[in-house]
Design a protein around this ligand. Structure first.
Ligand code: MN
Ligand code: MN
Length: 314
């Protein structure tokens, strides 16, 4: 009897999940990539490349620590604000500024491990005014709206460009009402959508990154690696684009960007989102997927599918 059971077990048909469409695989990879980049980069946030080399050689493992003293696999505001936004979008069935503002406010009350100054200031202003649109400010060009933009990209995939742009601005302006931030947010959203729809990197670079630089020359980047990228959206985008377009797999892209130090959890998150959408789930190293916080991983997966479904494009 013993070995009969073994035989049955060995011959039992392998139960596989039904194959998911490539677009869904890429959406999952984008969300998991965002969280992995955040968890990986947070360890070296605010360090210089030299400090990283001294301490780790090459930082390429999800190991926690850093100035926030994180557990291995724990994520920060980049991922948790994205998840708050995703829940708000799914709650009302569309991208809505007021729902996003309430979700971010509730997130802030939950005492997140980190929070940007612009986010805090404008959420406190929202509590007083009830207006989910922060006043326009040329100073609010941090990367805080861009780091949490993924749910918008998924929820509006395949929709007309005007719809995509107004959804981008609705979520971004809750805390960052700034034309340079807007340009970056819109570019990131269109890039994610291009990749989900099967676009190749050369075309995406030429058409999306190229247009951003054409419209806002401040984003122009060259080959000289941006080190210590600050929280200024221009620094962030330049570092991310250099890493994304100079590498040919998810792992190399993320290692390249986080070892630049600076705002490494955020460059990691944005690069992880784009590289996930570009390369898909199969290209994400298993050790990183395993080390990501389990609850976070489950929430990212669930939202990715639900948001894409909401877009009507799958
Ligand atoms: Mn963060
Ligand atoms: Mn950061």
């Amino acid at each position: 009897m013993f070995w009969t059971g073994e035989l049955i077990a060995r011959n039992a048909p392998v139960r596989r999940r039904a194959a998911r469409p490539p677009r869904v695989e890429r959406a999952l990879a984008a969300y998991l990539g965002l969280a992995i980049g955040d968890a990986l980069g947070a360890t070296v946030e605010f360090m210089t490349p030299q400090e990283i080399r001294t301490q780790y050689g090459v930082h390429d493992e999800i190991r926690g620590g850093g100035w926030l003293r994180l557990k291995a696999g724990q994520v920060t505001d980049d991922t948790t604000m994205s998840l708050a936004l995703g829940d708000a979008i799914l709650g009302v069935g569309r991208v809505d500024a007021l729902a996003a503002a309430h979700a971010f406010d509730a997130w802030m009350r939950g005492k997140p491990v980190d929070i940007g100054n612009t986010v805090r200031r404008n959420l406190i202003a929202f509590r007083r005014s009830g207006d989910p649109q922060a006043p326009a400010s040329e100073h609010d060009a941090g990367n805080g709206a861009a780091m949490r933009i993924l749910p918008v990209a998924l929820a509006t995939c395949g929709q007309p460009p005007e719809t995509v742009i107004s959804a981008c601005r609705a979520q971004a302006h809750v805390t960052h009402h700034n034309t340079v931030s807007d340009a970056a947010c819109e570019t990131l959203v269109f890039m994610v959508q291009d990749f989900l729809l099967g676009g190749d990197a050369l075309t995406v670079e030429r058409e999306r990154a190229g247009r951003l630089v054409g419209d806002f020359p401040v984003f122009t980047w060259d080959r000289k690696p941006v080190e210590n990228p600050s929280g200024y959206i221009v620094d962030t985008i330049q570092a991310v684009f250099q890493s994304l377009f100079a590498t040919e797999c998810f792992e190399d892209c993320l290692i390249d960007v986080v070892n630049r130090g600076g705002d490494a959890d955020t460059t990691g998150a944005i690069a992880g989102m784009l590289a996930g959408a570009r390369y898909g789930l199969a290209d994400i190293p298993k050790r990183w997927l395993r080390n990501l916080d389990e609850t976070t991983r489950a929430r990212c997966e669930k939202q990715a599918e639900a948001l894409l479904q909401l877009s009507g494009s799958c």
